[in-house]
Each structure stands twice: as structure tokens, then as C-alpha cells.
Design a protein around this ligand. Structure first.
Ligand code: PEP
Ligand code: MG
Length: 520
């Protein structure tokens, strides 16, 4: 399904839920009772709604607290109708919705294709409006707080949905810069459209597996269109975050089957739930002082084996008749937890075969993204079928730099010599154990770094769908010998800047200067 189709299905489900809420006896009877007691209709309705909202607001669960906000906004709409209605404003193309509260119905009022962004004083990424905007690729900056939003009416705004920033009346120079970036992106996309097909290989014909990272089933079509050779990382926590409870085994089967069937016979690597850190589940609120050093990934699922077992069973069921499933375990920090996870997996698999008949055993991989796992990479590799390096976390843990903290962002340097040596050690460990090794962190989608990874001995690169064509093009310009030479050069550097220089020079020499290497 396209993101828009997903979004409208979600919209329809929400409107059904609102209709049920509005028709509920509690709301109607409570209002009628107040009218009979002598209150006027708008006042009676307002008080009944407030009473209900108060109950939601007192709940511990942040998801349910958000539903209280939905109810209040529904109530306000009815009140507006009761006291004389209001005109629906005109929404020209490029509309930005700015408000104290913006709800799903505000979104639905704007004609398709006219909405360019959302700025909301309240709400969070948990609000449905933010979820829907995200599914439609519309930037939404939520929770801007006390800013007097009425002052924004009629002003020019520039939104950065990634960083959650709003620029008011940006200077002409900033606007020109934005237009320049947009233009350059369009031109590059047009040029790269020739690099969307065929197996990827180096200039001397060595095959390279280029796969995609997926978070939502809606990205499947895009990934197929970009010629991905399968999925190197399917982050299952995203569908888990969009639910209001743990998705059932049956619901997970549907989700996984969609992706597995779309890519078959190409392999699809499904990662077990990697919640925690900056990916909290709305229905499992956890308060920790250091969430990135806390209850994350495999630590959480090993404490909740029922979640792990249901997920593995769902993957096995979804892959029946396809045989292209690979399972990936996140945040492995030592052998004890790896062995516990493998033991659970074996038990689920054996039971599954007893119940359902012969089923191919999926290859199992471990992510290497915690420094302790780097030092045990060979022992880990001997116990699994493949390794996959998560450079996003590996960099933050090796350099002690929180990947979500803007203040220390310049220190988050994935081409730091320490990271490069760790990558070399992991590749060597995988080779010693005779197992393939891939990289599924953002680094794999940067042209210079992708060449470096290949030179270090990585077999597979998995990246966001937009990076795929430019990486295919870059790989095609370099021989196996040349990328090995680049890796040797990078290993001799004792500063990240020197590594950037080597990679940028190599790209420029092969006519790819405009792409740049990894941004410092
Ligand atoms: C990583 O850490 O590099 C990775 C791929 O996983 P995530 O970004 O989901 O933590
Ligand atoms: Mg990670």
C-alpha cells in the first residue's frame, strides 16, 4: 500500500472510533441528565465532556492521555455547531496548519495535496495527527510550547521536520539556500534514476549485495523500485510503536508476510523488537536516567520471552512457502544473552516444525553495535549465521556521544579512527569464523564510507532506499583492489578529517565529487 493509502485506512479507523465515542451512552446520558437538571444544551455537553477528559488526563498511560485530547476536540466541534457553526477556511496549496491543538479532523479538512506542514503547540509524536502526517511525508513539528502562535498568521515559515525546528520569516539567503538544496536534490534524483536496476558490482565485476533498511511496509514499493537486493534490516519496532498494545501474533504475521512476499526470493532480514533508548513503546512506559544504557533491544525481549516467542512464531508463519526469512538480534553485548536468545529460538523453531511440518530454519544473525561485542565478534560469529554491524549505535557507544543530543552532535564522528579499527576487527573476526558480515547503519549509505566498508571486507551494505542508486553508482566505479587500497589508507590515519580527505579525493578522482563523502 502507498503511504497515502495507509494513512486513509488509519483515518477511517479513527473516524469509526470517534463515531463510537460520540454515540456512547455515557456521553449522551450524562448530557441529557444535565439538561434535565436545568442546564442549557451547550453547557451540559461541555461539562460532560470535561468530566470524561478529566478521567483520561488522570491516567498513567501516555497513549490514553492523548485520547482525552481527541475527546475534547470532538466536543469543541459539536459545541461550535450548537452555537451557530463556523465557516471552513480556504486551504491553498502549500498550507501550513498552525495551532494550539491540531487534530485528525483538521487534517482531513485540508484538500489532498495542499498540506505542506504542521506546527502544533501541544501534542507529541504519539498524537495521531503526527503519526498520520509522518505516513504522508508531511513535516510536523509538535509540542513547540508557549510561543504565541497567533503571531505566525500570514508569516513565511520554513520547517525542518527532522530536527523539529521552525524558522519564522527566514532571511532571503536562507530561503535561497533551501531552494538550492531542493533543486540539487531534484537534479541528482533525475540523474541517479539510471542506477536503479541490476545487480550491483565493482568495476571489475565483484558482486556486492546492496539491500535496504525498512521501517514500514509502506516503503516496500519504493525499495523494489530502487532495485534493492532484499531487505538488510526491517526495524520491527515501528509497527509496535504505532499500536496501542503489543500487536498480536496474527497481526505480526500479516505485516511480515507483506514484506517477505514482496521481496521473495530475495532475503528479508527481520530484526527482533529493538524498543527502548529513544524508541519507547506507548503502552510500556519505562522511566530510566540513561535509556540508551538501559532496557533496550534484546535485554527487554529476554525479560519478556512471551513477546520474543510470539514475534519469532509470527516470522516463521509469515515465511512459510517463501523461505527467504533471516532473523537479526539487536544490542547483543555478550555470549550469555546471545545463547539465551538462540536457545529460545531453537525451542520455538522445534515446536513450530512439530506443529506445522518441515520448515527451513532461517539464518540467524547478531548485530554488532556494542563495544563489548566487537571484542567478542569472533565468538559471536561462530554461534550465528551472519553478523550485521549497527554503526549508529556502535559510534555512539565507542565515542560516548549520545546520538540524540544536538549539543554533542559534532562529536558523533562515524569515521573516527577508533570506529574504523573496530570495523576492521569485526570484518576480520567474521572472516576467521567463515561468516558473512554486513553493515546496516547510516554509514553504509554514504558513498565514500560504503567503499571503505567494502575495502575492509564487508559483504553486504544495507541502507535507506534513497541512498541505494548513488551507492550502486559509486561501487561500479571502483575495483576490488582500489577499495582495499582505500581501506589500508584509512587505517593509517589518526584523525577522522584525514579519512574524509582520502575518501573525498578518491570520489573526486572518479568523477563523483559532487556527491561528497560522509558529512563531517
Ligand atoms: C544501528 O544502530 O546502526 C542500527 C542500524 O540500528 P538502529 O539505528 O535502529 O539503532
Ligand atoms: Mg542500533
Amino acid at each position: 500500500a502507498s503511504p497515502a493509502a495507509d494513512a486513509s485506512a488509519l483515518c477511517a479507523a479513527l473516524f469509526d472510533a470517534y463515531a463510537l465515542l460520540l454515540g456512547s451512552d455515557e456521553l449522551l446520558l450524562g448530557t441529557l441528565e444535565r439538561i434535565r437538571a436545568g442546564n442549557w444544551a451547550p453547557g451540559a455537553l461541555r461539562q460532560t465532556i470535561e468530566e470524561h477528559c478529566g478521567r483520561f488526563a488522570a491516567m498513567d498511560d501516555p497513549y490514553l492521555r492523548e485520547r482525552g485530547a481527541d475527546l475534547r476536540s470532538l466536543g469543541q466541534r459539536i459545541l461550535v455547531r450548537l452555537v451557530g457553526g463556523r465557516r471552513t477556511p480556504a486551504y491553498p496549496p502549500g498550507t501550513l496548519l498552525v495551532g494550539e491543538r491540531i487534530d485528525v479532523m483538521d487534517l482531513a479538512e485540508v484538500p489532498e495535496g495542499c498540506l505542506a506542514g504542521i506546527v502544533c503547540a501541544q501534542g507529541s509524536t504519539l498524537s495521531h495527527v503526527a503519526i498520520l502526517a509522518h505516513a504522508r511525508g508531511i513535516p510536523a513539528v509538535m509540542g513547540v510550547g508557549d510561543y504565541p502562535l497567533h503571531r505566525l498568521d500570514g508569516r513565511t515559515l520554513m520547517l525542518d521536520g527532522y530536527l523539529g525546528r521552525v524558522y519564522v520569516d527566514p532571511e532571503a539567503e536562507a530561503l535561497r539556500e533551501l531552494e538550492r538544496i531542493q533543486g540539487a536534490e531534484r537534479a541528482m534524483a533525475a540523474e541517479l534514476s539510471h542506477w536503479r536496476q541490476g545487480p550491483a558490482s565493482t568495476a571489475d565485476g565483484l558482486p556486492v549485495a546492496l539491500r535496504v533498511n525498512l521501517a514500514a511496509p509502506a516503503e516496500v514499493d519504493l525499495a523494489l523500485g530502487a532495485g534493492a537486493e532484499g531487505v538488510g534490516l526491517y526495524r520491527t519496532e515501528h509497527p509496535f510503536m504505532l499500536h496501542d498494545r503489543f500487536p498480536s501474533e496474527d497481526e505480526q504475521v500479516q505485516l511480515y508476510r507483506h514484506v517477505l512476499a514482496a521481496f521473495a526470493p530475495r532475503s528479508v532480514t527481520i530484526r527482533t523488537l529493538d524498543a527502548g533508548g529513544d524508541k519507547a513503546l506507548p503502552y510500556l512506559p519505562v522511566r530510566e536516567d540513561n535509556p540508551f544504557l538501559g532496557w533496550r533491544g534484546i535485554r527487554m525481549t529476554l525479560d519478556h520471552p512471551e513477546v520474543f516467542v510470539a514475534q519469532i512464531r509470527a516470522m516463521l508463519r509469515a515465511s512459510q512457502g517463501l523461505g527467504n526469512l533471516r532473523v537479526l538480534l539487536p544490542m547483543v553485548s555478550g555470549l550469555a544473552e546471545l545463547e539465551r536468545a538462540l536457545d529460545l529460538l531453537d525451542r520455538v523453531y522445534d515446536q513450530f516444525v512439530r506443529d506445522e511440518g518441515p520448515t527451513p530454519r532461517p539464518p540467524i544473525g547478531a548485530m554488532i553495535e556494542v563495544p563489548s561485542a566487537v571484542y567478542q565478534a569472533e565468538a559471536i560469529a561462530r554461534r550465528v549465521d551472519f553478523l550485521s554491524v549497527g554503526t549508529n549505535d556502535l559510534t555512539q557507544y565507542l565515542l560516548a556521544v549520545d546520538r540524540t543530543n544536538p549539543r554533542v552532535a559534532p562529536l558523533l564522528e562515524a569515521l573516527h579512527p577508533a570506529v574504523i579499527r573496530a570495523l576492521r576487527d569485526i570484518a576480520d573476526a567474521a572472516q576467521a569464523a567463515g561468516k558473512p558480515v554486513g553493515c546496516c547503519g547510516e554509514l553504509a549509505g554514504e558513498p565514500g564510507a560504503a567503499l571503505l566498508l567494502l575495502g575492509l571486507g564487508f559483504d553486504e551494505l544495507s541502507m535507506s532506499v534513497t541512498a541505494l542508486p548513488r551507492i550502486r553508482r559509486a561501487v561500479h566505479r571502483f575495483t576490488g583492489e582500489r577499495v582495499q587500497g582505500l581501506a589500508q589508507g584509512a587505517l593509517r590515519c589518526d584523525r577522522a578529517q584525514a579519512v574524509h580527505d582520502i575518501l573525498e579525493e578518491a570520489l573526486a578522482e572518479s568523477g563523483l565529487g559532487a556527491l561528497g563523502a560522509v558529512a563531517p
